[in-house]
Design a protein around this ligand. Structure first.
Ligand SMILES: Nc1ncnc2c1ncn2[C@@H]1O[C@H](COP(=O)(O)OP(=O)(O)OP(=O)(O)O)[C@@H](O)[C@H]1O
Length: 227
């Protein structure tokens, strides 16, 4: 479902260019639960940006469900992304002036794949799924970090994307919240979503199907995870 072939990304710098991703080949199947690990600066976020079309490779191809991501015109890319990939960030990135419910509704309005009359009910049921339905009408600042991340996860799911991508989603949470968020991601992958998580957590026994390791922009290992 997700295929990166020969993906390379070079950033210009004052001391010459810097290769952030070097000839990455990676195939991920539907429903896989994948951890991307590696030291700071190894290229993990850059790899996610290639997958989501947030940034363009200098060479190579990213294909997601038969769509060559980087051939989509800018005008279609954001809507394509919204319908196909839910994205979760370390610092939640909820809109502070909208309630939690409105944050979810806005994401549905933008992509426009869920029929309008169903949106509010869908938003509430996703908030229920992640355990914060009671906070639907509050502003993000009134929620704890763990609750805000649950809201951001619900927002990532509103348009029913087959893929969920998360960049250090538990990096700003205490260990209890981190393990609960991790369990939610595993649950989503078991229900058929491909879930890709960039993480610094210990991945040795955390239920990932695959652990992909980057080092200096190269993919240096791709192993099956332990249950
Ligand atoms: N826009 C940019 N311009 C120049 N260099 C960049 C840019 N984005 C990333 N880099 C460089 O590319 C390398 C890989 O960055 P990336 O953010 O992908 O690493 P990472 O593995 O996600 O690191 P971290 O764990 O610290 O988030 C780093 O050396 C970074 O400085």
């Amino acid at each position: 479902m997700i295929k990166l072939s020969g993906v390379k990304k070079v950033f210009p710098g004052s001391n010459g260019s810097f290769t952030a991703l070097d000839n990455i080949d990676l195939h991920l199947a539907a429903g896989e639960f994948v951890a991307i690990v590696g030291k700071s600066g190894s290229g993990k976020s850059t790899l996610l940006n290639m997958l989501t079309g947030i940034d363009h490779p200098d060479s190579g191809v990213v294909t997601i469900n038969d769509t060559r991501v980087h051939t989509l015109p800018e005008s279609q890319l954001a809507k394509w992304r919204g319908a196909n990939i839910g994205i979760v960030f370390q610092f939640f990135q909820l809109i502070p002036t909208l309630s939690i419910l409105e944050n979810l509704l806005l994401a549905m309005d933008f992509v426009d794949v869920i029929p309008k009359p169903k949106r509010a009910q869908r938003a509430r049921s996703l908030l229920n799924l992640v355990g914060i339905e009671q906070h639907a009408d509050k502003f993000p600042a009134a929620l704890s970090g763990g609750e805000q991340q649950r809201a951001a996860i619900a927002r990532a799911l509103v348009n029913a994307p087959p893929i969920l991508v998360a960049d250090e989603p538990t990096g700003n949470l205490d260990s209890k919240n981190a393990s609960e968020i991790h369990a939610l991601f595993r649950q989503f992958s078991r229900s058929g979503k491909t879930v890709i998580v960039v993480t610094h957590e210990d991945v040795s026994a955390s239920g990932y199907d695959r652990i992909v390791t980057l080092q200096d922009g190269a993919l240096v290992s791709d192993e099956r995870g332990a249950a």
